[in-house]
Design a protein around this ligand. Sequence first.
Ligand SMILES: Nc1ncnc2c1ncn2[C@@H]1O[C@H](COP(=O)(O)OP(=O)(O)OP(=O)(O)O)[C@@H](O)[C@H]1O
Length: 231
Amino acid sequence: MNEAGMKEAVLRCENLGRVYSDGDHHVQVLEGVEFTLLPGETVAVVGASGSGKSTLLNLLGGLDDPSTGRVLMAGQDIARLDERARCRLRNERMGFVYQFHHLLPEFDAGENVAMPLLIAGAGRREASRRAAAILERVGMGHRLTHRPGQLSGGERQRVAIARALVAGPDVVLMDEPTGNLDPDSAAQVLALIDELGREQAAFVVVTHDPAIAARMHRTLELVQGRLQERQ
Ligand SMILES: Nc1ncnc2c1ncn2[C@@H]1O[C@H](COP(=O)(O)OP(=O)(O)OP(=O)(O)O)[C@@H](O)[C@H]1O
């Protein structure tokens, strides 16, 4: 809370813009994007294909730099951090559930989830203990020693969510979290976001699915490069 008793933003975008340039050809994908994410909030980002959803998610996660404006994470301008500080911020304060962010196939579920903690310098025993606890929390305690190839799509996604949450991030960024899942697995993943969103972290979820968007606290739509609040 700040002095006025308002919740501090975990993530804020100010006048965010992204132009892709290729020689003389420029494409303005995002323009003047303003956005504030509060602790525990769940936000859906929707928009037509090519409207800039992935571009926005990459900027929020510090995986890409804006052409204009800035992204503030806990008050820090991500673009101003050097690569090391940025990695640390990503590892300790953000969680990612992206399609290309695969679980490591040669490690089991417990080891995959423990990985961010080991990278942050936690001891092996402590990392294993916390990984087991969060896997239990997402209903995967019975699959600790299974490798990704031995898990169903829904189970893998729950392990990915556990890995995103294990270091206690302020914000989790998700890209089409139920993309390839059957309806039952998708429902489990959504219930988890509902539950964890209030208690543990804020979630930004890119989705094409109106049913997912309807479950989030807010829905933001990208239209012609601008982010609009949808009522
Ligand atoms: N590296 C790049 N260089 C040039 N143009 C790019 C680059 N990445 C994305 N674009 C363009 O920017 C626009 C937005 O792409 P983006 O992937 O952010 O859209 P999206 O809303 O996530 O789309 P989808 O829903 O289809 O995944 C598209 O027109 C795309 O062609």
